[in-house]
Design a protein around this ligand. Structure first.
Ligand code: KG4
Ligand code: ZN
Length: 351
C-alpha cells in the first residue's frame, strides 16, 4: 500500500510516500521568508505553501520511484495549525484523492507527532510495543500524554502559557537570535556554562506545595521569559554578548530540566516502561542527552524519532494515516472535513 502524506500546518511544506509502512521519501521545504519577522507570518506561510505544493509532492513521488496512479491513499494534516496554511495542503490532498478516486485520510498534526516513534524508514525499526509516556514539544504545543497501542491517549499535562519551543524562540529573540531560535540556542549551549545563571523552573516539585506530581503535570514557561528579560535589563549588552553561550546554556538547562523531571515522574506514576519525545524541540541535543540519562537511571526505554522526523514532516502524517487504517480509526472518504486551528484536548484518541 502506498500512502502519500502532506503536511502544511505551519512553515514547512512537506510530502512523503510510505510504502507498506516504510518511508520511501520525505521531502521537506522549510520556509525562509519569516526569519526577519521573529515568527511565522501566516499569510506568507499560506502563499509559500501554495507556491511549492505541486513541486514538493512531485518530488516525493519521484523519489519514491512510483507514479501518481500507484498511490492508494492520500493523507493530509487537517489541523491544528495556521488555518490558511492547513487549507493549502488539505484542499490539494482532497482534490488529488478525488481526482485519482482514492481514499482521503485527514490527520491530526499533534497526534502525528505523538505517534512519530512509529515512523519506520528501515527494516527492524524499533517502536514502542506497550503503553508509553509521550512528551510532545514543538513551537505550538507542550503535551505530556499516556499513550496506548490502540491509538488512544490521555493528555495528562500541557502548558498553561508558552509552548517549550516558544520558550526557546522568544528568549532567543531577546538574545538577538533569528527565528526559530531553538536550534541556535542548542548550538550555542554546547559551548556554554549551564550553571552561569539559574533561570526559574516553574511548577517543578520544589516549586509546588505538594511533593507529589499527582494531578499536576502542567508546564509554564512565561516566568522564564520574564526572568531572561529582567537579567538582560540588569546587565550591560556587552557583558550579555560575551556570555551569549552561557546564557543559551542556562536557558536550555532550565527548559530541559523541567521537561525531563515531569516526563520521568509521569512514566513512574503511570507505570509504563517506555518514554518518547517528539516535536521540534525533541531535536534539542541537551534534551536528548538528559532524557537518555534519566531513562537509563529508571530503566525506561527511550524512543526519539530521527531529527528529520522530529520537526514538522509529512512522513509522520503518512505513518499516522497508516496506523489509523490498521487500527480501524478511519472513516471511509472523509471529504469536506473543516480545517481546525487548535488542538482540543479531547485526548480520547485519534479519530
Ligand atoms: O514541530 P515543529 O517543527 O513545528 C511546530 O509544530 O511547532 O517545532 C518547531 C519548534 C520551534 O520552536 C523550534 O525553535 C524548535 O521546535 N526547535 C528546537 C530545536 N530544533 C527545533 N528547539 C530547541 N533545540 C533544537 N535543536
Ligand atoms: Zn509540529
Amino acid at each position: 500500500m502506498n500512502i502519500l502524506g502532506i503536511e502544511t500546518s505551519c512553515d514547512e511544506t512537506s510530502a512523503a510516500v510510505l510504502s507498506d509502512g516504510t518511508v520511501r521519501s520525505n521531502v521537506v521545504s522549510s520556509q525562509r521568508c519569516h526569519t526577519d519577522f521573529g515568527g511565522v507570518v501566516p499569510e506568507l506561510a499560506s502563499r509559500e505553501h501554495e507556491r511549492l505544493i505541486v513541486s514538493i509532492v512531485e518530488a516525493a513521488i519521484t523519489e519514491a520511484n512510483i507514479a501518481k496512479n500507484d498511490l492508494d491513499v492520500i493523507a493530509a494534516t487537517a489541523g491544528p495549525g495556521l488555518i490558511g496554511a492547513v487549507m493549502v495542503g488539505l484542499c490539494f490532498a482532497e482534490g488529488l484523492a478525488w481526482a485519482l478516486g482514492k481514499p482521503f485520510v485527514p490527520v491530526n498534526h499533534v497526534e502525528a507527532h505523538i505517534f512519530s516513534p512509529f515512523i519506520s524508514d528501515e527494516p527492524g525499526h524499533k517502536s514502542p510495543d506497550g503503553d508509553f509516556v509521550s512528551l510532545t514539544v514543538s513551537g505550538g504545543h507542550t503535551l505530556l500524554s499516556v499513550v496506548r497501542q490502540t491509538l488512544e491517549y490521555e493528555v495528562i499535562g500541557r502548558t498553561i502559557d508558552d509552548a517549550a519551543g516558544e520558550a526557546f524562540d522568544k528568549t532567543g529573540k531577546m538574545l538577538g537570535l533569528g527565528y526559530p531560535a531553538g536550534p541556535e540556542i542548542d548550538r550555542l549551549a554546547s559551548n556554554g556554562d549551564p550553571k552561569f545563571h539559574r533561570f526559574p523552573r516553574a511548577l517543578t516539585s520544589s516549586s509546588q506545595t505538594s511533593k507529589s506530581y499527582r494531578g499536576n503535570f502542567d508546564f509554564s514557561f512565561s516566568g522564564l521569559k520574564t526572568s531572561v528579560r529582567t537579567w538582560l535589563s540588569r546587565h550591560e549588552p556587552d557583558y550579555a554578548k560575551q556570555h551569549l553561550a552561557d546564557l543559551a546554556a542556562s536557558i536550555q538547562a532550565a527548559i530541559v530540566s523541567v521537561l525531563v523531571e515531569k516526563t520521568i515522574a509521569a512514566a513512574l506514576l503511570h507505570k509504563v516502561s517506555a518514554v518518547s519525545i517528539a516535536g521540534g524541540v525533541s531535536a534539542n541535543s541537551g534534551l536528548r542527552t538528559a532524557m537518555q540519562t534519566a531513562c537509563d537511571k529508571h530503566d525506561l526505554d527511550l524512543f526519539i524519532p530521527k531529527a528529520t522526523y522530529s520537526t514538522d514532516n509529512a512522513a509522520m502524517i503518512a505513518t499516522m494515516a497508516q496506523l489509523m487504517m490498521e487500527r480501524d480509526r478511519y472513516r471511509e472518504n472523509t471529504y469536506g472535513i473543516a480545517p481546525f486551528a487548535r488542538f482540543s484536548a479531547a485526548g480520547k484518541g485519534a479519530r
